[in-house]
Ligand binder design. Structure first.
Ligand code: NAD
Length: 456
């Protein structure tokens, strides 16, 4: 079995030398990260093309630009985030001062998936660096070109005792998980999330889990249908539906079902052309196994649009499927591909009951202009995050924490939340030696009387 004890210990020693903790060190590391991303931009684009046939447009927008922005935002705010914060003093603690020191955990492990293989390996690293940690990244084995490139890029500027990349599949991941890291950051599927959490429990290692689930898009009868269709088509078919927060399925009000479906068809044709399989910029499915799994769903309901596949290219058209219900195979699990089932509803309560029957979605999208409906849905359903009248956009702002709830994950990141995820808040009370309040001591006169006044 692979053994990562020496590497982890090397990082632990380096961390204990305190070098990673100064703000200037962290800022310099962020600068280095930014320059390697900028210097390897074309290589990243080429690798994403090779592993997933991502277009340059998608590669830059969703994997490169978003990281450069995140680094810029983090650098701008780091001094403020990392500073010890003074808190109020309770009456009972007169004479003391209380502080919160954000403290890096130490040696951390980041395990990444294949769907945004560059972004999802590097975005947590920005948090790890900004908080002052060391890190080992384990990229996905299903996107080998990107995995090798991440290793080459990181090794070109960072010593392995600070940041290292370990390539490999399940065994490698499990060998790493045997080690008592100080923090784990996992992005991937729900079943593997459970394995990771079990491994973490052996060492009581705190962790963030960024998982998945079935994220609904609800289209109410008062929605702007054309815009809703366009934004749903974009959010669903970007990266060929292989996005953790893609709308998994649509629930549309029966009154507007037909008009919505016709707007959706127009939107898809507009975004991907009449023959998406011939579109050079249409992302492919990551592997044959995933392709086969998705192809089986094509018999689940009626195909209202698309449905063609090209096994050689591992490509599946953006496909709309109707006549689906909660019992259909396609509704059992997260789809994670370019297939969009449509269900209809009469009463919003049926939508809420349907969604609540299943574990907490990672995202939810509601299209309506009715504030009451908006309030009702937001109050009734627990989900990681989402949008009113849009899809995916909540992920791309550093001002909103991104993460799941329940089975869609725990913890969050992006912007300050990334810094917080990789920091422990160390509470420190500084006591005065000028005087010593007597009431806490058992031999003090009237001690209990004072304590009753403060506590109770
Ligand atoms: P996955 O869980 O199969 O793999 C993720 C990582 O875990 C990979 O690096 C893999 O090598 C490793 N791994 C796989 N099996 C393992 C095991 N038994 N023990 C230890 N490690 C193991 O996920 P995936 O297929 O790469 O990604 C798709 C899933 O990720 C989807 O469910 C999607 O919703 C989710 N996802 C979530 C987010 C988010 O931010 N919440 C983002 C992207 C993807």
């Amino acid at each position: 079995m692979e053994n990562y004890k020496p590497l982890r210990q090397k990082q632990q020693e380096y961390f204990r030398s305190n070098q990673t903790k100064s703000i200037s060190f962290r800022l310099e590391a962020l600068d280095q990260l930014r320059s390697i991303i900028k210097n390897h931009e074309q290589e990243i684009i080429d690798a994403l093309r090779k592993d997933l046939n991502k277009s340059e447009f998608e590669a830059y927008t969703t994997e490169i630009g978003i990281l450069l922005e995140e680094i810029k935002f983090t650098k701008k705010h780091l001094h403020k985030w990392a500073k010890p914060r003074k808190v109020k003093t309770a009456l009972s603690h007169t004479g003391t001062k209380g502080y919160i020191y954000p403290q890096p955990y130490g040696s951390t492990l980041i395990i990444a998936p294949w769907n945004y293989p560059f972004q999802l390996a590097i975005a947590p690293l920005i948090g790890a660096i900004s908080a002052g940690n060391c890190a080992i990244i384990k990229p996905s084995e299903l996107t080998p070109t990107i995995s090798a490139l991440i290793k080459k890029m990181i090794e070109s500027v960072f010593p392995e005792e600070y940041i290292a990349v370990v390539e490999g599949a399940v065994e490698t991941s499990q060998a790493l998980l045997n080690e008592p890291f100080d923090y784990l950051f996992f992005t991937g599927s729900v079943p593997v999330g459970k394995i990771v959490m079990e491994a973490a429990s052996k060492h009581l290692t705190p962790l963030t889990l960024e998982l998945g689930g079935k994220s609904p898009a609800i289209v109410h009868h008062d929605a702007d249908l054309k815009l809703a269709a366009k934004r749903i088509a974009w959010g669903k078919f970007i990266n060929a539906g292989q996005t953790c927060i893609a709308p998994d399925y649509v629930y549309v009000h029966e009154k507007v079902r037909e008009s919505f479906i016709s707007c959706l068809k127009e939107a898809i044709a507009d975004l991907y052309g009449k023959q998406p399989l011939e579109n050079r910029d249409y992302t492919r499915i990551v592997s044959e196994k995933h392709f086969n799994r998705l192809e089986e769903f094509l018999t689940s309901g009626q195909i209202a649009y698309g449905g063609k596949t090209n096994k050689e290219k591992l490509s599946i058209e953006p496909t709309v499927i109707t006549d689906v219900n909660w019992g259909s195979p396609i509704m059992e699990d997260e789809i994670f591909g370019p297939l969009l089932p449509i269900m209809e509803y009469k009463d919003i309560d049926d939508v809420i009951a349907g969604v609540l029957n299943f574990p907490n979605p990672l995202a939810l999208y509601l299209f309506t202009s009715d504030k009451q409906i908006e309030h009702y849905v937001l109050e009734s359903i627990s989900f990681g995050g989402g949008c009113i009248n849009d899809t995916l956009y909540h992920l791309a702002t550093p001002h909103l924490p991104f993460g799941g709830v329940g089975t869609s994950g725990m913890g969050s990141y992006h912007g300050k939340s990334s810094f917080d995820a990789f920091s422990h808040e160390k509470s420190v009370l500084k006591q005065s030696t000028v005087f010593d309040m007597p009431f806490r001591y058992p031999n003090s006169k009237d001690g209990l009387k004072w304590i009753r006044r403060f506590l109770g």
